[in-house]
Design a protein around this ligand. Structure first.
Ligand code: BEZ
Length: 211
C-alpha cells in the first residue's frame, strides 16, 4: 500500500517483543515513530536500535512513542536485544515487531523489491496525535539513520501543528522561525507579539512562539 503525507496511518495488531500490541492503543493520544530495519544481528541495525533506546527521554519529552519492525521472528529479536544492550551500553526500551508474515511491512510499503525482495528497507514514519502521517523518510540498508535529525523534525512538526509558522533550513529548537505566507502583515503583531522581521515581503521571521 502506498502511503502519503496526510494519510491516516493504518492501524494494526502485531506480535512484538513486548507482547501483542494494537498500534493505535500503543500510541494513545500521543505522537508515534514507526521504523523498519532490514534484519536482526546486523551491524548498522544494532547501532540504530541502541541509539533509539538511548533517546527514550528525548522521545518522551515530545510525547512520542517509538516502535521498530523487521521481518525476523520474535525469538531472533529477543536474542538480538541482548547483543544490542551489551554492545551499545543501553537497554532496548521499545517494542520491536516480529513481522514474519510481512503483513505490516506491506501495509506500510516497507519492502522495496528493487532494493531487496525479502527485507524491509530503513523506513521511518512519524505519526501525529491525529493518527495522520506527518513524515516519511526512506534510507537504504547501507546507511544508518540520523535520529537527532528525526527529533529535530518532530520539534518542527509539533511546532508547526500549533502555530502558523514554518521552520527554515537547518532550523533547531530555539531559533527564529518563518511566518506562514497566509498571515497578513497587519495580523503579525497580535499573532507574534515577540516581534518580527520583514526580510522580503514573502520572508518574515519571528522568535519561536512557544518558548
Ligand atoms: C546492517 O544493519 O548492518 C545492514 C543490514 C542489511 C544490509 C546491510 C547492512
Amino acid at each position: 500500500m502506498t502511503l502519503r503525507l496526510g494519510d491516516l496511518a493504518p492501524n494494526f495488531q502485531a506480535e512484538t517483543t513486548e507482547g501483542k500490541i494494537d498500534f493505535y492503543e500503543y500510541l494513545g493520544d500521543g505522537w508515534g515513530v514507526l521504523f523498519s530495519h532490514p534484519a536482526d544481528y546486523t551491524p548498522v541495525c544494532t547501532t540504530e536500535l541502541g541509539t533509539v533506546a538511548k533517546l527514550k527521554d528525548e522521545f518522551a519529552k515530545r510525547n512520542t512513542k517509538v516502535m521498530a519492525l523487521s521481518v525476523d521472528g520474535l525469538e531472533s529479536h529477543k536474542g538480538w536485544i541482548s547483543d544490542i544492550n551489551e554492545t551499545q551500553q543501553t537497554e532496548v526500551n521499545f517494542p520491536i515487531i516480529a513481522d514474519e508474515d510481512k503483513k505490516i511491512s506491506q501495509l506500510y510499503d516497507m519492502i522495496h523489491p528493487n532494493s531487496n525482495e525479502n527485507f524491509t528497507v530503513r523506513s521511518v514514519f512519524v505519526i501525529g496525535n491525529d493518527k495522520k502521517i506527518k513524515l516519511i523518510i526512506t534510507y537504504p540498508a547501507s546507511t544508518g539513520r540520523n535520529f537527532d535529525e528525526l527529533l529535530r523534525v518532530i520539534d518542527s512538526l509539533q511546532l508547526t501543528a500549533n502555530y502558523s509558522v514554518a521552520t527554515p533550513a537547518n532550523w533547531k529548537k530555539g531559533e527564529d522561525v518563518v511566518i506562514a505566507p497566509a498571515i497578513k502583515n497587519e495580523d503579525i503583531p497580535t499573532k507574534f507579539p515577540k516581534g518580527h522581521k520583514v526580510i522580503k515581503p514573502y520572508l518574515r521571521t519571528t522568535p519561536q512562539p512557544d518558548l
